[in-house]
Design a protein around this ligand. Structure first.
Ligand SMILES: Nc1nc2c(ncn2[C@@H]2O[C@H](COP(=O)(O)OP(=O)(O)OP(=O)(O)O)[C@@H](O)[C@H]2O)c(=O)[nH]1
Ligand SMILES: [Mg+2]
Length: 224
């Protein structure tokens, strides 16, 4: 079989990293805290965003970019509460910075306190892609099992915060909050941990305060 030699003239990953850093720098200068939300499909990312937006109720300038393989269902759910744009990846299992940067430019306003990026539901691929965020948050719902951090270590290693979600279901499922936290902190000892039930509103105030502290520390030029 004939061999074909392909010469790679540009480091595509280095280009993507540079674009992500440029995006982050620009948002830092504008006072916008960019939060990348990641999890398995259905862990409660959109529900958390909706609960948070209702809790803040106009207190902060917030926009959301939601990523999905198909449909704009998440954007439709969030539209009553925040500026939101759906990014449809057409089958790709994660978001990348070119799509995010392009969607950001299409938002009705770019002067924001918080920009949330809801990544494609997937506990694997999105971990490898910097989309220009300041804060990477992984959600784990109690119905997924407390053994998941160790099974998907990259996602937890590369996140600054872990949100344990759907806490209202805890009485019905075999899930140990302590075991999940211990497993996750074995991988990433510095992980901040929050617990929420978007359905009931439990933990939403603490989640919002956590985000406000993160944004303040951005202004101060050092992590919280
Ligand atoms: N019991 C309970 N159900 C919840 C909670 N949060 C979300 N759900 C339900 O879980 C399902 C998935 O929630 P979504 O918010 O769509 O999850 P998601 O992570 O955005 O899903 P994808 O975007 O598809 O990855 C929905 O049926 C929600 O109503 C919660 O705190 N408690
Ligand atoms: Mg969603």
């Amino acid at each position: 079989m004939p061999t074909k030699v392909i010469t790679v003239e540009r480091d595509v990953l280095a280009d993507a990293q540079a674009s992500a850093e440029e995006f982050r720098r620009a948002r830092t200068a504008a006072g916008t805290c960019v939060v990348n939300l990641l999890s398995s499909p259905g862990s409660g990312k959109t529900s958390l965003l909706a609960a948070m937006a209702q809790y803040w109720s106009g207190k902060h300038r917030v926009a959301v970019l939601t990523g999905d393989l198909a449909t704009d269902r998440d954007a439709q759910r969030l539209a009553p509460y925040v500026d939101v744009l759906q990014m449809t990846t057409g089958g790709a299992c994660h978001l990348e910075i070119p799509l995010v940067a392009k969607a950001f430019q299409r938002l009705p306003r770019q002067e924001l306190d918080f920009l949330f990026i809801e990544n494609v539901g997937n506990l694997v691929c999105p971990a490898s892609h910097d989309v220009g965020e300041h804060l990477r948050v992984v959600l784990l719902s109690v119905t997924e099992g407390d053994d998941k951090p160790g099974k998907y270590p990259k996602m937890f290693r590369r996140s600054q915060a872990l949100v344990l979600s759907k806490l209202d279901l805890l009485p019905y499922v075999p899930f140990s909050v302590e075991a999940a936290i211990e497993d996750a902190r074995r991988i990433q000892p510095a992980l901040d941990v929050l617990t929420v039930s978007a359905l009931r509103g439990d933990g939403i105030a603490a989640w919002c305060e956590y985000l406000e502290r993160q944004r303040q520390s951005l202004h101060a030029g050092h992590p919280a």
